[in-house]
Design a protein around this ligand. Structure first.
Ligand code: PRX
Length: 571
């Protein structure tokens, strides 16, 4: 097959010679960019916010440009520094200490960012939860992490099952509320009287910073644990991949409930001291373009699912806006279709740079950068300091063009340091010195990596990872459902959609109303993005003799593919 090649563009001064940089690079050298290289004591909140607030030339620069349908606000680095100090004082008053888990469950807002950095300043571990989570999802994450404090809004409170959360001591409510009771704290009341000075908790590089829950194919979501050390890689990729420069206006569309929204919606841009646009609410193509136009966004990080919607909206929509500020576009989260890259070149006269990484990897690993030729459909090449390869199931490297497990040599700075309370789960990621991603891919002769699919049953719908087991567990809680098997089914805009196969308990009759009721049950119990878009009732669900649901078989049937080895199928 002929591979299309889009030539490199100007920019990205440090990575002009990618190959040479790879040879000479060491993470040790990278540390020299940070003040803590001498003191050894560190805090992400200092590096991302306070350092700029202490700089007379930077303190009044806009750090946060917040915009949602009903609110617009600007915060300077100095504002964010003071407000996060105030919030850290509030937490301290209620006894929050280093290592405690403090969770945030609220929409993006200026308060979110002040609270987020306030948490880090106390040395506590921040756990951001996606605002669309329903009760079950919130319960699982707060129970597993044993969070002691939660920051949320009064209208999300009904999804917090307090009676099931013995560790949860305080709930800080942002917004007007009528709750009474000792456990409730009013954010705005407390902030009024809190001091703007706070003695930041100085930490070691390996101290905990963040817990992000993510889905696997079996069991409940796992708490992926990240440490302050990750900043080295957030900073490096902010320079090489985001191509950030002093005057950039940067916009990352991801919610901080997902890792892209923290690593690249918070850390990378602010470590570089650039103006960061945060846009709340849902988007349509005109909102996306309108936001770029209004704030003169220069660097934009988004996802294939959004880009595909832009392609559907056509070049007409592009022409309705002045997008001349835009100079750099990136994508992450699922495969970026080559057609989208080709379309982007025509519609924006810009290359769209795919980037590959995961919640577990903490930062970008395989990327396209400005000074690199782009081959549409390829995720690009590993960043300097990172060795990537394709390995077999024993962790042996495979030759070019052979499909296998996409794997990374252990030891990059942003790598997760643990799966919360599950050491055996953490260990299971590593084989023979390689972190094995669970993605299948191949590498071509020129070192470009090409994504092929997931090796497990994890579903990637609109760029969000959904564990089939979690959905199946919710489905069988419904009284009508006896058994359930859940798969991802390819979909042109969403990447995959969730399809559920169910069997009914005696006494229930198949009907559209019943199926819709079951769908709503998952939607309101777990989260909207986990609700099956398609459902099918079957007489039985295929299982192995050991009782495992054979999702692969369901998928083959659904897609009309060969069923492969079915020797373990239960009679
Ligand atoms: O399957 C890969 C897919 O998303 C998974 C990681 O999901 P999550 O932990 O939610 O993190 C998403 C954002 C960092 C991967 O295992 N994925 C991510 N980026 C790409 C991708 N698939 C294809 N191409 C990509 N660029």
């Amino acid at each position: 097959m002929d591979v299309q090649k889009i030539p490199a563009r100007e920019g990205n001064h440090n990575l002009k010679n990618y190959e040479k940089m790879r040879e000479q690079f060491s993470w040790e050298d990278m540390k020299k960019n940070f003040s803590w290289n001498e003191t050894g004591k560190v805090n992400m909140a200092y590096e991302a916010i306070d350092r700029h607030a202490e700089n007379p030339e930077k303190k009044d620069k806009t750090a946060l440009l917040y915009s949602s349908p009903d609110r617009e606000e600007k915060l300077t680095f100095s504002d964010l520094s003071k407000q996060s100090n105030q919030f850290a004082n509030v937490l301290k008053k209620y006894d929050v200490k280093k290592g405690d888990r403090v969770f945030l469950f609220m929409p993006r807002s200026p308060e979110f960012y002040a609270a987020f950095f306030g948490i880090l300043k106390t040395g506590a571990i921040a756990g951001p939860l996606f605002e669309a989570f329903m009760e079950q999802a919130v319960r699982d994450r707060l129970q597993d992490s044993e969070a002691t404090v939660l920051i949320t809004t009064p209208d999300l409170l009904y999804r917090v099952p307090q009676e099931d959360l013995p560790s949860l001591e305080k709930i800080i409510l942002v917004g007007e509320n009528n709750e009474s009771g000792e456990q409730y704290i009013d954010y705005h009341e407390e902030m009024k009287s809190a001091s703007e000075d706070f003695a930041i908790e100085w930490l070691d590089l390996e101290d905990g910073m963040l817990l992000h829950y993510t889905s696997g194919s079996t069991g409940k979501p796992k708490g992926v644990y990240h440490v302050h050390n990750a900043m080295i890689q957030h900073y490096a990729t902010g320079e090489w991949v985001l191509d950030l420069e002093e005057d950039d206006v940067y916009w990352c569309t991801a919610d901080p409930g997902w890792v892209t929204g923290t690593s690249y919606g918070i850390f990378a841009p602010w470590l570089h001291g650039v103006t960061n646009v945060v846009r709340g609410g849902r988007f349509t193509p005109d909102d996306w373009y309108g936001t770029i136009e209004k704030f003169k966004v220069t660097v934009w990080y988004t996802a294939p699912t959004a880009l595909r919607k832009l392609v559907s909206a056509g070049e007409e929509a592009v022409k309705r806006h002045d997008l001349s500020s835009l100079r750099h576009i990136m994508s992450v989260g699922e495969p970026l279709n080559p057609e989208v890259v080709t379309w982007g070149l025509k519609a924006f006269d810009l290359r769209i740079h795919d980037t590959w990484w995961m919640t577990e990897t903490g930062a970008q690993l395989i990327v396209n950068i400005p000074s690199m030729e782009i081959r549409p459909g390829s995720m690009g090449k590993p960043i300097p300091g990172v060795e990537a390869s394709i390995v077999d199931n024993e962790g042996n490297e495979l030759p070019p063009n052979q499909m296998g497990n996409l794997a990374i040599k252990e030891g990059w700075p942003a790598m997760m340091r643990a799966v919360w309370k599950r050491p055996e789960k953490f260990e299971s990621y590593f084989i023979n010195g390689w972190y094995v991603s669970g993605d299948s891919a191949y590498k071509d002769e020129d070192g470009y990596f090409w994504f092929q699919g997931r090796l497990d049953d994890v579903i990637n719908t609109s760029g969000e990872r959904v564990g089939p087991f979690e959905v199946e567990s919710k489905l069988i809680e419904h009284p009508a459902v006896a058994e359930a098997g859940v798969i991802g089914k390819p979909h042109p805009e969403r990447g995959e959609i969730i399809k559920a196969f169910i069997t009914l308990n005696d006494g229930y009759e198949e009907s559209d109303d019943l199926l819709e009721e079951i769908r709503q049950f998952v939607k309101t119990g777990l989260s909207a993005h986990a609700a099956p878009r398609e459902m099918e009732i079957r007489d039985s669900i295929p299982k192995t003799r050991s009782g495992k649901i054979m999702r692969r078989l369901l998928k083959s049937w659904e897609l009309g593919l060969p069923t492969g080895d079915t020797s373990t199928l239960e009679e």
